[in-house]
Design a protein around this ligand. Structure first.
Ligand SMILES: [Zn+2]
Length: 465
C-alpha cells in the first residue's frame, strides 16, 4: 500500500544515467547523469594497469566537456580522478565538487602524475595527457563540501557527501530530487578499518550505482594482517635482515605506519629502523595528518591521549634520491617501505634491483599485484626479472599479506545494500571485472530480492529521477 501511494504521488522526473567508464572494468570510473537542465558527471578516472600510457586515456570524451555543469568526485584514487585535468583542458568549465580531503589528496596525486606523464609523453613522442597549467585551471573550478552538508545543484536536486570509509575523504554522493534518492557509491571501505570510520548506512535509497571490485570474493580473516606484519618484523629483527615493503602511497602506507607505531610503542616488536622512502607517500601522510578529525573514534582517542600515530622511535622519512641510495648501506635489521605498490615505478625499483638478489632480504607484498606488473612476477615466483636494463636473479624471501584491502568483499557489499532493500527500485553494479559484477548482481537478486543489473560500457539507462 505504502509503495503504491508513493508511486502515485511522487513526481515523475526523468533522467538518463550513462555508463561511460567503469562498466565491465575496475578502472576508469566515469558516469553521466542528465536530469533535464543539468549534466552531471560522477568521477573522471584513468584507465590503468598501474600505467598512464594506455591510449584510451588520450581519446576525446564522448560528449562536449564545455556542456557539463558539474563534476562530482568520490575520492582521490587515480581511477576516479585521473582524467580531471584533461577534462578541463578539453573545455570543461563547470564546477568540480568533492570533500576537502579529496581535494587536497587530488592535488598531491596530480602533481605526482604530471611528472610521470611528461616522461611518458617524451618516450612516446606525443604530448602529455595534461600539464601543470591544466591542474591549476582545475583547482580554480573546485568547490568543497564536508560530509552531510546539503547543497542544491539546480533542477531541484539536492546533493550531499556521505562517508564511504574507503580512503581519507572518500564519499558516496547522494542526490535527492522530490523525494527520490539516487546514490553513487564510488569505492566502499572494508569496514571496520584501522583508521577510518565505517561506511555509512544508507536508508531510503531508490537508485544505487555501486562498485563491485570484490563482488565475487571473500577477504581472509582481517585479524591475520596485524599478526602477519608483526611476525615479518620480528623475523627481520631476529635474523638481522632487510624487510622491503612495496606499498601504495595512499592509505596502505599510512595504515602500515599506524600499525607499526602501535606495535613498537606497545613493546610487541623491538625498536627497529623503519624508512619511508616515497616522496608521494610522505606527502599523502601529511594530508592524513591534517584530517585526523575524520578518523574513527578509537584512533582519535589515541591521538588525543598524546600519541603521534605516524611517528615512533627509529622511524625516518627519506629525503632526496641520494638519501634513498644511502639506505643500501644502512645497517640491518631494517624495514624499507617504498612505492610504487606494484613495482611499476618509483624508488622501490632501485631497492629491488639491489636487494632481490640477496637471501638476507624479505620482500613483503601488502596489496594486490596487477597481472603483468613486476610485483606480480616476483610474487608468482619468477626466478629472473628485468628491472630497467638489469637482470636480477631473485633470491629474496617472498611473503604476502592479503588482509589490507580497502574494499568491501562480496558479503560486505550485500550487507551494504540490504539496509535500503525495501525502497530500492534498481541497483547498477559497476566498477568491477565482469565476473565480479555479475556475481554480485545475482546475489543481490537472490538474497535481497532487489532489481539489479551490470550495465555495459556505453549503456544509457532511463531513471525516474
Ligand atoms: Zn578507490
Amino acid at each position: 500500500m505504502g509503495a503504491c501511494y508513493n508511486a502515485l504521488t511522487m513526481a515523475q522526473n526523468q533522467s538518463t544515467l550513462s555508463f561511460l567508464g567503469g562498466a565491465g572494468s575496475v578502472t576508469g570510473a566515469h558516469f553521466l547523469l542528465e536530469t533535464g537542465k543539468q549534466k552531471i558527471l560522477i568521477d573522471c578516472g584513468l584507465l590503468q594497469g598501474g600505467r598512464y600510457g594506455m591510449d584510451e586515456n588520450y581519446e576525446d570524451f564522448p560528449y562536449d566537456p564545455s556542456t557539463i555543469d558539474i563534476l562530482f568526485l568520490t575520492h582521490a584514487h587515480a581511477d576516479h580522478i585521473g582524467r580531471v585535468p584533461k577534462l578541463v583542458r578539453d573545455g570543461f568549465k563547470g564546477v568540480i565538487c568533492s570533500t576537502p580531503a579529496t581535494r587536497d589528496l587530488s592535488e598531491v596525486m596530480f602533481e605526482d602524475a604530471v611528472r610521470i606523464l611528461a616522461d611518458e609523453a617524451n618516450k612516446r613522442g606525443v604530448s602529455p595527457l595534461y600539464e601543470p597549467e591544466d591542474i591549476g585551471s582545475a583547482f580554480e573550478l573546485w568547490q568543497t563540501h564536508d560530509y552531510h552538508q546539503d547543497f542544491e545543484i539546480g533542477d531541484d536536486i539536492h546533493a550531499q557527501f556521505l562517508d564511504a570509509g574507503h580512503i581519507l575523504g572518500a564519499a558516496m554522493v547522494e542526490f535527492e530530487r522530490e523525494g527520490v534518492k539516487f546514490v553513487a557509491t564510488g569505492d566502499l571501505g572494508n569496514s571496520p578499518a584501522p583508521l577510518l570510520r565505517d561506511t555509512e548506512e544508507l536508508k531510503g535509497v531508490h537508485y544505487l550505482l555501486m562498485e563491485s571490485v570484490y563482488g565475487d570474493r571473500a577477504h581472509e580473516d582481517r585479524e591475520d594482517r596485524v599478526g602477519l606484519l608483526k611476525d615479518a618484523i620480528l623475523n627481520t629483527h631476529k635474523g638481522n635482515r632487510t624487510l622491503l615493503i612495496p606499498s601504495f602511497a595512499m592509505q596502505r602506507t599510512q595504515i602500515l605506519l599506524y600499525e607499526i607505531n602501535k606495535m613498537v610503542e606497545a613493546g610487541e616488536v623491538p625498536e627497529i629502523p623503519v624508512y619511508l622512502d616515497s616522496p608521494l607517500a610522505s606527502k599523502v601522510t601529511e594530508v592524513y595528518r591534517r584530517y585526523t578529525h575524520l578518523f574513527n573514534d578509537r584512533v582519535r582517542e589515541e591521538i588525543s591521549s598524546g600519541d603521534d600515530i605516524f611517528e615512533f622511535p627509529k622511524f625516518t622519512i627519506v629525503g632526496d634520491s641520494k638519501e634513498s641510495h644511502a639506505l643500501l648501506n644502512a645497517p640491518t635489521p631494517k624495514v624499507i617501505i617504498a612505492g610504487s605498490g606494484m613495482s611499476v615505478g618509483g624508488r622501490v625499483l632501485m631497492h629491488e634491483k639491489k636487494l632481490l638478489g640477496d637471501k638476507n632480504t624479505t620482500i613483503l607484498f601488502v596489496g594486490y599485484q596487477g597481472v603483468g606488473t613486476l610485483g606480480r612476477r616476483i610474487q608468482d615466483g619468477e626466478r629472473l626479472v628485468t628491472i630497467g636494463q638489469k637482470q636480477v636473479r631473485v633470491r629474496a624471501r617472498k611473503e604476502t599479506i592479503r588482509g589490507f584491502s580497502a574494499h568491501k568483499d562480496r558479503d560486505g557489499l550485500v550487507a551494504f545494500v540490504e539496509t535500503s532493500a525495501d525502497t530500492l527500485r534498481e541497483v547498477f553494479v559497476a566498477m568491477g571485472e565482469p565476473r565480479s559484477s555479475l556475481f554480485l548482481v545475482q546475489r543481490l537478486r537472490d538474497f535481497l530480492g532487489v532489481q539489479a543489473r551490470a550495465p555495459e560500457a556505453g549503456e544509457a539507462i532511463q531513471l525516474e529521477f
